[in-house]
Design a protein around this ligand. Structure first.
Ligand SMILES: [Zn+2]
Length: 162
């Protein structure tokens, strides 16, 4: 039978024995909490930086379907102020293909170059068509051809297709 005095003495001995371990655990917990706070601040700064970089990489509100190449420019109208802003919410393709992808500035620039190349091809084809159609002014300088005739030739080419 253990007396009360022995019980309490034994309990104090155990507590004294475990005190360094408990203090060590408290210190480790404080260090971990301090690291967690620092990592949280660091993470918050990284997220801000990611948002800044995304604005530089992606065209806000521009979406492209990877399957059918449907291109969407989505904007929000703010009725109270009458202002507009880019709609950054993910969009689904209007043709039912699924989710659309965000458009980067590089993709947009490449698309512009491709469209310019295509338009240049149409202009050269129109010039060729005019030269072959016995246009009296087409033999020396395309600038001498009336704009109406070039427009008609381009329309004819676009109607005829590639
Ligand atoms: Zn699509």
């Amino acid at each position: 039978m253990i007396s009360n005095a022995d019980y309490f003495q034994g309990k104090q001995d155990k507590e004294s024995e475990l005190a360094p371990t408990i203090q060590g655990l408290r210190d480790a917990l404080e260090q971990a909490q301090s690291k967690l706070r620092m990592n949280s601040v660091f993470l918050s700064h990284r997220q801000c930086r990611i948002e800044q970089l995304e604005k530089q990489v992606y065209l806000a509100g521009h979406w492209l379907c990877p399957k059918c190449k449907f291109y969407l420019v989505s904007t929000n109208l703010h009725v109270p102020s009458g202002g507009f802003s880019a709609n950054k919410e993910p969009q689904a393709c209007a043709n039912g293909c699924g989710p659309m992808w965000r458009v980067t500035h590089e993709q947009s620039a490449n698309n512009t170059v491709d469209r310019c190349d295509k338009m240049q091809d149409v202009i050269f084809a129109a010039r060729e068509a005019l030269l072959q159609s016995h246009c009296p002014h087409a033999d020396s300088n395309i600038a001498m051809i009336p704009a109406r005739k070039i427009g008609n030739a381009i329309n004819a080419l676009e109607t005829a297709g590639p």
